[in-house]
Design a protein. Sequence first.
Length: 192
Amino acid sequence: MSGGVRSGVLLALSLSAVSRLAFAGSGETSPPDQEARRSLDAFNREFVGACQRMDHRAGAALWAEDGVDLLPEMLPMTGKTNIAAWLDSLTPQMAGAKMLSCTIDWQDIQIHGNIAYEWGINREKIDFPPPKGRFENEGKILLILKRQRDDSWKIALESWNSNPEKVNARAPAPEKPAADAGTYDFEPAQNP
């Protein structure tokens, strides 16, 4: 082997080894282990289910103790206690309301060790008693989650916003970049 070819091969092997070491140190799991994904899917069902039932206590239970909620037109809320208090403050405003639908069409779900992030298109439809009437919303949601010691996931950070009305009326649905993303669409439980 000539000196130039040997140098090229050594350089390629060195770059390959460095990139493998860098990737191995990143904490990424590629592809994510199936148990982590099953656990994250269970979290997503609980998250949407709490929305469908308008169950603020169940929603608060999904937060990490040091979670941060970045809601539109509000100051950041930090800590599970503050987030739970804010969710609880919604209860009187929701008196007599009926959740007709609450869905999230997850566009991308990524798991990297004990951290996961996912974003999707969320849609809500709520009937309020008169004079309020019906509320409909479509927007984007981003969750960053931390895996807990029991392998469950908790929200570390949530951010969402509504689509502008003009965009809602004419924008095509986004393409799904990840084949393993999922849609969770649950019908609300019927009260006996």
